[in-house]
Design a protein around this ligand. Structure first.
Ligand code: BYC
Length: 474
């Protein structure tokens, strides 16, 4: 099979001029399409969808919008332009020129980082594959598909690096990326949150709010990499990530808005009454928030990690906004506060900053999450509703790191197992909560119509009206 690369795979990496890469991709592309057909959005293959497609790295006009069938989406490969004379900004090689090829001694760690990043992309598509069947509107259906195709493109971005720079092992890893399955008992995805289910749209919006935000911070740390092709490809991926977080932030805002409307109309904050009226009560939204925030906090890895220290020292992965930080960028003497709960309470301890880099990135992520949640709270305040969403303490419900398994309340207090058991139903979604949310999920896809539990957005996509026919079912 031969591929017209400019047509099928828009790229700025001279795909057509690299025969080895061509052969590798000719083998991988049909496997990718088979995977998309099996694991991509269910029942959607014939739809014409109004989608954004990346076509260049020009910040003024990097994408075009138009109707496309998803299996025919043009999964482009784009690296931001090379910065002439770029130097390594941190670690033992600080000040040396960045690498255009993979140094042999760092090959295995770099491959591991790229594979872990790549694995999350198809995982999220798998997690979200049934959601189209219960879309609350055509506008939301289109946004789901947009997120899905861009995660597919991000997989291509990582597979390009594996094929281009890692030879045979890279090709094998690229195949394995299509073989693991989210939630599969025998061959699961690599990271915990990517094996959780995303069974309803409240979960989807929380996922895009929190877990795509992990994407923002991890990708940002990789944009600092001394391996220049990784830095440049992740820079471009971040351009798309912004929309995914917007889908989450705005989706939750619209759910909250609709609930508030009914609360004010009926003069009630009684969850049972609100549920009977077909909207999601605010405490249930808070429980979903607690779940997704804590599962995503785990994605940053252990608070003290020798892997993270090695990645930094060897120049593979930096800190968030590395170049804006005012220190030696080597962290030889520096310390960073981490939490410990061994003595029955949470205490803050100073640890070597090099080993605490996962914790530092997690803290950056939490700060950013808080500012998004505060925007929802501002809406509540403006409506005179006495309720505040809170991002739970970072030690709450953790499964990874030194706090794993310790029973800690959302306020950050170490508690007994009995106290946890007595309260957990108020903190995390119960099977009944999930069943209720699921009961609201019906398919509303007439243009301009919205399910009862969510408000319409204030504007449409790319200047189109909200009631645009974003998906043509054919
Ligand atoms: N689940 O030393 P540690 C995105 C493992 S999201 C399961 O702390 P490290 C997106 C760990 O692998 C961004 N296992 O590990 C969002 C290690 O295993 P080994 C994704 C976990 O390496 C939405 C062991 O525990 N990108 O793009 O410092 C939609 C010890 O841990 C977990 C990246 O993550 C977990 N949560 O940190 C679509 C960037 N956490 O060595 C896309 C690349 C840790 O004992 N990845 N483990 O077998 C990394 O930088 C690092 O792999 C991690 C882990 C930060 C994830």
């Amino acid at each position: 099979m031969s591929i017209d690369y400019q047509q099928k795979i828009p790229n700025n990496v001279d795909l057509a001029g690299d025969k080895t890469l061509q052969r590798a991709l000719e083998h991988w592309q049909p496997e990718f399409l088979n995977w998309w057909s099996d694991m991509g959005p269910e029942g959607s293959h014939r739809y014409d969808c109004y989608l954004r497609t990346a076509t260049s790295v020009d910040q003024e006009g990097w994408a075009t919008f138009g109707y496309v069938k998803m299996p025919e989406y043009r999964w482009g490969i784009f690296l931001n332009p090379q910065v002439p004379d770029r130097k390594i900004a941190f670690g033992a090689h600080k000040g040396e020129p960045v690498w255009q090829e993979v140094p042999g001694e760092y090959r295995s760690n770099l491959r591991r980082i790229i594979v872990t990043q790549g694995d999350t992309e198809p995982a999220s598509v798998e997690q979200q594959r049934h959601l189209g069947l219960t879309a609350p509107s055509m506008y939301d259906l289109r946004n789901l598909f947009q997120v899905n195709v861009e995660e597919g493109r991000h997989l291509w971005a990582m597979v390009y690096l594996l094929h281009r720079y890692f030879g045979r092992d890279g090709r094998e890893e690229a195949e394995a990326l299509l073989e693991r399955r989210s939630g599969d008992a025998d061959n699961p995805r690599i990271l915990g949150a990517f094996n959780e289910r995303t069974p309803d749209w409240l979960s989807f919006f929380m996922f895009t709010f929190f877990t795509d935000r992990d994407g923002k911070f991890q990708l940002s740390a990789l944009t600092e990499s001394a391996f220049d092709p990784l830095a440049r490809t992740t820079q471009f991926m971040l351009t798309e990530e912004g929309h995914h977080m917007y889908v989450g932030r705005n989706g939750i805002r619209r759910i909250v808005e609709r609930t508030c409307e009914i609360m004010l109309r009926e003069r009630t904050d009684n969850p049972a009454k609100l549920r009977a009226l077909g909207v999601i009560d605010l405490p249930t939204i808070q429980k979903y928030l607690n779940f997704h925030s804590s599962v995503t906090a785990d994605l940053f890895g252990a608070d003290l990690s020798s892997n993270a220290a090695t990645f930094y020292t060897t120049g593979l992965k930096g800190r968030y906004m590395e170049s804006r930080l005012k220190d030696d960028h080597q962290l030889r003497e520096a310390t960073y506060p981490v939490l410990n709960a061994t003595s029955g309470q949470i205490v803050m301890e100073q640890a070597p900053a090099l080993n605490a880099l996962n914790e530092r990135l997690r803290d950056d992520f939490i700060k950013d999450s808080n500012s998004g949640v505060n925007a929802w709270n501002k809406n509540l305040e403006e409506r005179g509703i006495d309720f505040k969403f809170v991002v739970p303490h970072k030690a709450f419900n953790r499964q990874i790191g030194s706090l794993a398994g310790v029973k800690i309340s959302p306020q950050g207090k170490v508690i007994s197992t009995a106290a946890w058991d007595a309260n957990v139903d108020d903190w995390l979604p119960t099977p009944e909560d999930r069943e209720f949310v699921q009961s609201l999920m019906g398919r509303v896809v007439e243009p301009g119509q919205f399910a009862n539990w969510i408000s319409p957005p204030s504007s449409g996509i790319n200047g189109q009206p909200v009631e645009c026919e974003y998906v043509r079912f054919g």
